[in-house]
Design a protein around this ligand. Structure first.
Ligand SMILES: Nc1ncnc2c1ncn2[C@@H]1O[C@H](COP(=O)(O)OP(=O)(O)O)[C@@H](O)[C@H]1O
Ligand SMILES: [Mg+2]
Length: 407
């Protein structure tokens, strides 16, 4: 595939770093936008798949982005991450990653792998295979990590890219890690003055050493509760628990995804979401018109994985949400506050419960929200005047124009 075989030994971009620059230490940063070489298009590595339980969702997102990214403006290198963690050059046909094939897509591990390698003081993508001379993929100007869940959306890939001074779309290390952890995001939201529902965090040690204390704390929250892995997504491992006798089974299920849990009091309210984009040239975050998720199939107790991705028509997304103007405005202000509270960059989707009493209780921030053309984040921007290809372009431009290093 053409995008899988870009020219070897392409010129180094401004995103890479010489050894002498590296000597500047922690304050090293590159102010100049990436790809100062005007003789070629910026090269974008699209990373997808990954080690988390949201692997398939990431592949579906990649199908959408690979179909819509402007190939006249960008040179695209699709890189799949297998569930084993191995990076492989991925086929260029986006439809192979969509859900329309009737199965959940998956990146297969392969002998020929891709890695970030240091060559002459700079970092480049290399393709290696047993008993073969490594092949340089050339410099990459920007990485688009379309990864959901742990080892992708949680600061780990971001840390790898920071170490190699490679620009990337979206939140940095800290914001990604906080946005992945349903416990710490609440700590930060509460500190920023956002309304957070009642919850407890349960560590592996607490559950293992004293499960009865955990059960007592949950009973004090009142039922129903939502039992969640602290660091997962796409509703994986989440159960609604209506009584104490269902609790242990829900905890066992959530612990299959993460040994750390968050258990929340159930909140009655409409699910209202807002898309946030980093501002341009130092201005504050931009917010979309809010949207609403309505679970229409009553077989689903909440917005679960099947309602999100598998069963058509189990849930409807409407944008703009039918809200009083002052509530819609408040959602936008709170979404921008949440974005700034965690120090997000690039993009985030911020989700709220809008209670019958008119309160807006924050549920979560997603620093790499679902991003297929049908997903809420792009739909909210489309309703606000920015269509899917324009949104992809805007995210890449934000990333290409940002500093590397501490910023
Ligand atoms: N405290 C809660 N009260 C009521 N419903 C909840 C609560 N927490 C989660 N839900 C339901 O479960 C869904 C998934 O939970 P969420 O925390 O958003 O996890 P994920 O990160 O997997 O999307 C929500 O969209 C909502 O339908
Ligand atoms: Mg959610």
């Amino acid at each position: 595939m053409s995008e899988a075989n870009p020219p070897k030994s392409a010129p180094l971009s401004a995103a890479t770093t010489s050894t002498s620059e590296a000597a500047d230490g922690a304050h090293k940063s590159a102010d100049a936008p990436a790809s100062t070489d005007k003789t070629r298009k910026p090269r974008v590595a699209v990373l997808f798949g990954g080690r988390s339980s949201e692997h398939a969702v990431s592949c579906v997102t990649a199908a959408g982005v690979l179909s819509a990214i402007d190939r006249c403006k960008y040179d695209v290198v699709p890189i799949g991450i297998a569930k084993s963690g191995q990076w492989v050059l991925a086929g260029g046909d986006p439809s192979s990653w969509s859900l329309s094939t009737g199965r959940l897509p998956e990146v297969e591990a392969a002998e020929r792998t891709v890695s970030l390698a240091e060559i002459g003081g700079s970092h480049q993508l290399m393709v290696t295979a047993p008993n073969e001379v490594p092949v340089e993929l050339g410099s990459v100007d920007v990485v688009f990590p379309l990864l959901h869940g742990p080892f992708g959306e949680d600061g780990t890939i971001q840390g790898l890219l920071e170490l190699s001074d490679t620009r990337y779309v979206g939140a940095g290390v800290l914001a990604s890690a906080v946005g992945m952890d349903k416990h710490y995001m609440k700590v930060i939201f509460a500190d920023a003055g956002l309304d957070v529902g009642p919850y407890i965090a349960v560590t592996d040690r607490q559950w293992t050493n004293d499960p009865q204390a955990v059960r007592d704390s949950v009973a004090a929250l009142g039922f129903p509760v939502f039992v969640k892995p602290a660091r997962a997504g796409s509703s994986m491992g989440i159960s609604k628990v209506d009584s104490l006798d269902q609790l242990d089974a829900a905890i066992v299920q959530a612990r299959q995804h993460d040994l750390k849990l968050v258990i929340e009091a159930g909140i009655t309210g409409r699910e209202i979401e807002c898309a946030v984009l980093e501002g341009r040239n130092g201005s504050g975050p931009r917010t979309s018109m809010p949207g609403e998720v309505v679970v229409t199939d009553l077989d689903h107790a909440f917005y679960d994985f099947t309602a999100k991705y598998v069963q058509d028509n189990a849930a409807s997304l409407s944008c703009p949400a039918d809200l009083p103007a002052d509530a819609a405005q408040r959602v936008r202000e709170l979404a921008a506050m949440a974005f700034e509270a965690v120090g997000a960059e690039g993009l985030s989707r911020v989700d709220f419960f809008y209670t019958p009493a008119g309160e807006l209780i924050i549920n979560e921030i997603n620093t790499m929200p679902g991003f297929t053309p049908k997903s809420m984040y792009p739909q909210m921007w489309a309703a606000s005047g920015l269509d899917y290809p324009e949104l992809i372009d805007e995210l890449l431009q934000l990333a290409l124009n940002r500093k590397t290093g501490l910023r």
